[in-house]
Write a protein that binds this ligand. Structure first.
Ligand code: FAD
Ligand code: SF4
Length: 508
């Protein structure tokens, strides 16, 4: 009697109940398959990082006395999909039973349901034991009406007794310190660099390219930076708590050409692979607060991201898939500009955000939301293309978290499920939050005319063309009142400038 337990590349949770006991009748199966490398073009560091972390995880299992079957990307026996590999592994290992953890992505879950059914063997699916809300509960909660994130988050804080006072109210008397968390970064305090690792992954990179996998961005295989084991991820977490948490909240909405990473945690890759548990990340932040190393606003601002946004986004995904992936409420159809893949644009803010995405596989939240996402929204780019770009380019991109953030929060293609209004901004916002405008080819103060910042005319063009629907949104009342107050000539010049830019979008 042999049980095969399938482990996916984003299920590297050493704390899972499965690994608590060593059993001779269990074989853990991990596969590097083309069905996963090819469903979208991924950043080179994403493919490298996931495979390298999988290999280290498998080695640790073997060292712990577990039986492991590992299929490498270049092996001739590898048939490159979960189902095709199970087909020959089952007789080869004389398996009589299949087990797996719940997949986080809908596409993978469906593929595994089919593969398990086709095997004809008895099977079992267990929780991945990673999130604070089980997948079914999250999906059921959001099935009919999606709560606003704020109320969902307060509920989880109460349930997990996080940052509460003795009466069960929010510590400090407020649930939300967002208003204190929007400062522009003046350059001081200095933003400490991240604890990049120096892994030599050249041999793995050779295997990946020899297998024909197509990627984008810099592999940086000679000194690969992202954490690949639980130990490295724990060290990265400790570094964040010691060096950056205290300033995280205050500068979380800032953008700077002087620091690509500012005071952000850089933990999403390790979290999404499950090298870290969200609860241990939250507990580390709470311990820093209790020992006086971070104040309440910084701690709450950070806890909100993990306990609030991360769980909320996953709930929406599981409640609304598969239909969610096809939503296009604003009927956006334009192709993404070519410079999304090269960073070759004169727009300084976008050149920096896309450039660092290509070199690091990372941009922080406000760069994703208010630079690249905002531009695609204002220009009316097709959410299918926008999704593919985000799903490929970031090392932390897995559909359960990428899709609601992109299609919902950033492109408003869900018509208001994630957010109650589009996250749109003109150059005034970018100038306020960043230091990019002063060195830019374009002028952030101009709406039209030579060198007018494209964000300005596109911002008004977006609101004007969607006035029949968005004009009814009470949260956009002020925006539309400002538009109406402009003279007819000013409005016409602004719209003409936007049309001019849209016709030359690849040359911006
Ligand atoms: P920090 O800013 O330091 O935040 C700490 C942690 O909070 C993150 O590691 C992450 O786990 C969590 N978090 C913060 N915001 C969110 C959010 N909106 N949704 C879910 N978790 C959040 N995150 C991904 O993990 N994968 C994605 O593919 C992804 N795609 C995105 C696409 C768009 C268009 C936008 C606007 C956001 C996206 N995010 C995604 C959310 C967020 O931008 C990243 O989690 C964050 O930038 C990761 O960097 P960090 O670890 O330094 O985060
Ligand atoms: Fe970006 Fe416009 Fe500022 Fe240039 S002027 S950095 S394009 S917002």
């Amino acid at each position: 009697m042999t049980c095969l337990r399938l482990l996916l590349g984003d299920q590297l949770n050493a704390g899972h109940a499965w690994f608590g006991e060593r059993r001779d009748d269990v074989v853990y199966v991990l596969m590097e398959v083309r069905s996963e490398t090819d469903y979208v073009r991924h950043h080179a560091q994403k493919v490298l990082g996931i495979f390298a972390a999988m290999r280290r995880f498998a080695e640790a299992l073997v060292q712990g006395g577990h039986r492991v079957e590992y299929l490498r990307i270049g092996e001739p026996r590898n048939r490159h999909s979960f189902a095709a590999n199970l087909d020959w592994l089952i007789p080869e290992l004389q398996a009589t039973r299949l087990e797996r953890m719940e997949a986080d992505e809908w596409r993978v879950e469906q593929a595994l349901i089919d593969a398990f059914a086709a095997s004809g063997l008895p099977g079992r699916v267990v929780s991945a034991g990673h999130f604070l809300l089980e997948r079914d509960e999250a999906a059921a909660r959001f099935a009919r009406k999606v709560p606003r994130m704020e109320f969902f988050y307060r509920d989880l804080r109460r349930r997990h007794r996080i940052l509460l006072d003795a009466d069960g109210g929010p510590l400090g008397g407020r649930w939300n310190y967002d208003a204190e968390n929007r400062a522009k970064w003046p350059g001081d305090p200095p933003a400490p660099s991240w604890p990049w690792q120096q892994h030599d992954l050249r041999a793995l990179w050779d295997e990946i390219t020899a297998a024909g996998v197509q990627t984008l961005g810099e592999p940086s295989a000679q000194s690969f930076g992202w954490p690949l084991t639980r130990r490295e991820a724990r060290a990265w977490l400790a570094d964040f708590i010691a060096q950056r948490l205290a300033h995280f909240g205050r500068y979380q909405d800032a953008i700077s050409g002087r620091s690509a990473t500012l005071f952000h945690a850089g933990l999403s890759f390790a979290l999404n692979l499950k090298l870290l548990h969200p609860r241990e990340v939250i507990d580390a932040a709470l311990a820093a607060y209790e020992s006086g190393r971070a104040d309440l606003a910084a701690t709450e601002g950070f806890v909100r991201q993990i306990l609030g946004w991360r769980e909320f986004i996953r709930g929406i995904y599981w409640a609304r898939m598969p239909g969610y992936a096809a939503l296009n409420a604003l009927q956006a159809k334009r192709a993404l500009p070519a410079w999304f893949w090269s960073a070759d644009t004169r727009m300084a803010c976008l050149r920096a955000a896309i450039g660092q995405s290509l070199t690091l596989g990372y941009a922080h939240h406000i760069q994703r939301l208010m630079l690249t996402g905002n531009f695609a929204l204002l220009a009316g780019c097709d959410p299918d293309e926008v999704d593919r770009w985000y799903l490929g380019i970031y090392v932390d991109a897995f559909e359960w978290v990428e899709l609601p953030n992109t299609r919902g929060m950033s492109q408003f293609a869900d018509g208001g499920i994630v957010g109650s209004k589009p996250y749109s901004g003109s150059a005034a916002y970018i100038q306020r939050q960043s230091d990019h405008c002063q060195g830019c080819h374009y002028r952030h103060t101009l709406r039209h005319g030579e060198r007018a910042c494209p964000f300005n005319s596109l911002y008004w063009h977006f609101h004007a063309r969607h006035q029949p629907t968005l004009g009814r949104n009470p949260r956009l009342g002020m925006t539309y009142r400002s538009w109406e107050r402009m003279s007819v000539a000013e409005r016409a010049a602004t719209l003409a400038q936007a049309e001019h830019y849209l016709a030359r979008i690849d040359q911006l």
